[in-house]
Each structure stands twice: as structure tokens, then as C-alpha cells.
Design a protein around this ligand. Structure first.
Ligand code: HPA
Length: 275
């Protein structure tokens, strides 16, 4: 058997009795956005450390647990704390939590993150719906023997971020009076921020925002046939754009400021997936 698949089956077996309701929507909460899990009713907590063979999140602001429950009656599972490539894990470990949420039964994946704004019209504090991504600067999580049980060897990537879900996000933003941008997210390995010249290059590549996560998770989820959407919180202007050095504190602080509109958007979105 494929060893990565084998590990996932073991992880699933070790938690399956705790899944009281099959989640419909899976949420990955990005840096500074973990508190969103407070909005989940009837919570069941599964700590990553209690899951067999599971990676542990070491990034500041990432707790390291699943929160299962309901938002507006819709069964959900949220990752309060994600795994990043820069923590030293191989890509198959980085995407393991997302794969496990699909194994729990989730059909829809909402990826969220903190990101640096590259598009010159973006401001610190903006929200951006991810239209597409660039992963050319990080390894693919699909390298290695294909997991046939999940998907095909050469998956199509024409529409990773589902257009119906993107439209639903736009609608929810409008209803809630939240102005929202659209754009292309580019994933880098981190943990260092970029140089101004790299940001120039990424802008020429067509990127609107840059971050250290998300696209690899979208790739693995797309392989498994999940319906995916993503929202970036523009926590800072990218390197060289604001005449000051970047730091993680600013990222966390801005994410906290955005958290109220983020919360309204995502709660409404989850509820609307049922309509
Ligand atoms: N670069 C990379 N990752 C990030 C940034 C950034 O500017 N801001 C938040 N995450």
C-alpha cells in the first residue's frame, strides 16, 4: 500500500469515533484568524497531538487542533492551526490535515491566510478572494507515488478555486457591506519574507498577494475532488512597497483588526452553502 495513504488511514482510524456529525465544510484558519473557531457551536475538539502520525503545528498563532461543530446549523470542521512547509515538514505532511478533513467527509474547503499585498491597488486590511494561484516556487505535494484512492496521477488545475463558491463569497461580501478584492495568490516557502526584487518578479509573474501556505493545500484538495475557495487577509504591503521592514507582529495585529469582517463574511458564506 502507498505509505502516505497508509498513514492517513491510521490517522483517520484513530479519530473516527470522535466525529459525531459528518462535516460539510472544512475551514483552514490562517495566521491570526484562529479565533474564528469561537463561532463554532457544539464543539468537539481533536488535538493534533492525539492523532496518530500527525504533524504538530509550531508556528506562532497556530494552536494545533481540529474544531468540529456547527455554524448556522451547517456541520463544519476547522483547522485551528495549520502546518507550513517552512516548519521543516515534507509537503505530504503539510497537506495531511487537509486530506484528513476530506476523509472525515467534508466536500467544500475554505482556505484562509494572511498574505502580503503585491497588487499596487491593495491596502493593508483588505480581503481578497483567491481566483487562482502560483505554486511554481514550492514543491508539489503530489510528487511521489500517486494515491489512486484519492485522485488521478495528472490532475487538471484549470479551475482550482470553484467559480460558484467565488461568486457566493462575492455575494456574501456585498450583503455584509464588505469591500473585497480578487486576485492571484503566490506561495513561497518562507520563513523569510521576500526581497523587494523578488516581489517585483512575482508581480510580473501575475501575482496579487504572497504568502507561505494555501496553494499546496489547494493542490492536494483539488486532487481529491474537493470544491475549493480561498480568502487572503492582506496583512501588510509586500516587501519594498511600504518603506519599512516586515515583521510577524504586524501580520498578526492586522489579522486581528480584520477578524470582525472576516468573521461576518465566513459565517454568512458557510450558512449560504446550505441554500
Ligand atoms: N510575505 C509572505 N508571507 C506573508 C506576508 C508577506 O509579505 N504577509 C503575511 N504572510
Amino acid at each position: 500500500m502507498n505509505s502516505i495513504y497508509d498513514e492517513l488511514i491510521k490517522a483517520y482510524e484513530s479519530i473516527k469515533d470522535k466525529i459525531t456529525a459528518v462535516p460539510k465544510v472544512a475551514l483552514v484558519l490562517g495566521t491570526g484568524l484562529g479565533d474564528f473557531a469561537e463561532n463554532i457551536d457544539n464543539q468537539t475538539i481533536i488535538d493534533y497531538e492525539d492523532i496518530e502520525g500527525f504533524p504538530q503545528s509550531t508556528a506562532p498563532g497556530h494552536v494545533g487542533r481540529y474544531v468540529l461543530g456547527y455554524i448556522g446549523g451547517v456541520p463544519v470542521v476547522a483547522m485551528q492551526g495549520r502546518i507550513h512547509y517552512y516548519e521543516g515538514y515534507a509537503m505530504d505532511k503539510v497537506v495531511m490535515p487537509v486530506r484528513l478533513m476530506k476523509m472525515m467527509g467534508a466536500e467544500i474547503l475554505v482556505l484562509t491566510n494572511a498574505a502580503g499585498g503585491i497588487n499596487k491597488s491593495f491596502k493593508r486590511g483588505d480581503l481578497m478572494i483567491i481566483n487562482d494561484h502560483i505554486t511554481s516556487y514550492v514543491p508539489s505535494p503530489l510528487v511521489g507515488p500517486n494515491i489512486d484512492e484519492f485522485g488521478e496521477r495528472f490532475p487538471d488545475m484549470t479551475e482550482v478555486y470553484d467559480s460558484d463558491l467565488r461568486n457566493l463569497l462575492k455575494l456574501c461580501a456585498m450583503k455584509n457591506d464588505i469591500s473585497i478584492k480578487n486576485g492571484v495568490y503566490l506561495q513561497v516557502t518562507g520563513p523569510n519574507y521576500e526581497t523587494p526584487t523578488e516581489i517585483e518578479m512575482y508581480r510580473k509573474n501575475g501575482a496579487d498577494a504572497v504568502g507561505m501556505s494555501t496553494a499546496c493545500e489547494a493542490m492536494a484538495a483539488n486532487h481529491m475532488g474537493m470544491k475549493i475557495c480561498g480568502v487572503s487577509c492582506i496583512t501588510n504591503l509586500a516587501s519594498g512597497m511600504a518603506n519599512k521592514p516586515l515583521n510577524h507582529k504586524e501580520v498578526e495585529e492586522t489579522a486581528a483588526v480584520i477578524s470582525d469582517k472576516f468573521k461576518r463574511l465566513i459565517i454568512d458564506f458557510v450558512k449560504m452553502t446550505e441554500e
